[in-house]
Design a protein. Structure first.
Length: 186
């Protein structure tokens, strides 16, 4: 791959991740206000997803930019986002201050799916302000849909239970490799 094409590919990946972050925050805020997500989680770090299956689900979406997008095809997962604390940088040689992980429940994650939309958005420019400063973005067509997500990591290689097979009203407990009664947020 030549250098120009590599830079363009990196630019496009960066643009998709930035858009995903904006969409993640847009999806997150109403849920936090409704008490669905633990208060105080406001940053997400997104990891690329490998071997995602194609969902191929059609939905209608409405947001602050496009009033109604009647034919959105949700495709494969691209990113898994986990809450993160953002702490100040400490230069080498100075006393290091630990950056504690955020307190989170198991449902406080996002998965961002690639989407195809039937609506061509003509949006313009958005001026945003956040903890990293003021920025101006040209908003193009949507590329990702980020949805609130529960997670369970299987760390015991001998565990043969599929966390998705737990019956309603139970949650997968990684420590015991069992479906237990209780709240997934504990």
């Amino acid at each position: 791959m030549n250098d120009t094409r590599r830079r363009l590919t990196l630019f496009n990946i960066t643009r998709v991740v930035a858009l995903g972050m904006l969409l993640a925050l847009a999806a997150y805020l109403p849920l936090a206000q409704a008490g669905v997500i633990v208060e105080g989680v406001s940053h997400f770090k997104c990891y690329e997803v490998d071997d995602a299956r194609n969902i191929d689900v059609l939905k209608q979406l409405a947001d602050q930019i496009v009033e109604l997008d009647p034919n959105v095809k949700i495709e494969e997962a691209k990113f898994f986002c986990t809450p993160v604390n953002k702490c100040d940088f400490v230069p080498p040689g100075e006393p290091q201050v630990p950056c504690p992980p955020p307190f989170i429940g198991l449902q406080d994650h996002l998965v961002c799916y690639e989407i195809e939309t039937s609506v061509q958005a003509q949006i313009g420019t958005a001026v945003v302000t956040n903890q990293l400063g003021n920025q101006s973005y040209k908003i193009d067509d949507p590329e990702l849909l980020c949805v609130p997500t529960s997670k369970a990591f299987i760390t015991d290689p001998t565990c043969e239970i599929d966390p998705l097979s737990c019956p309603a009203g139970t949650v997968f407990n990684n420590a015991t490799c069992a479906c237990d009664q209780g709240d997934a947020r504990e």
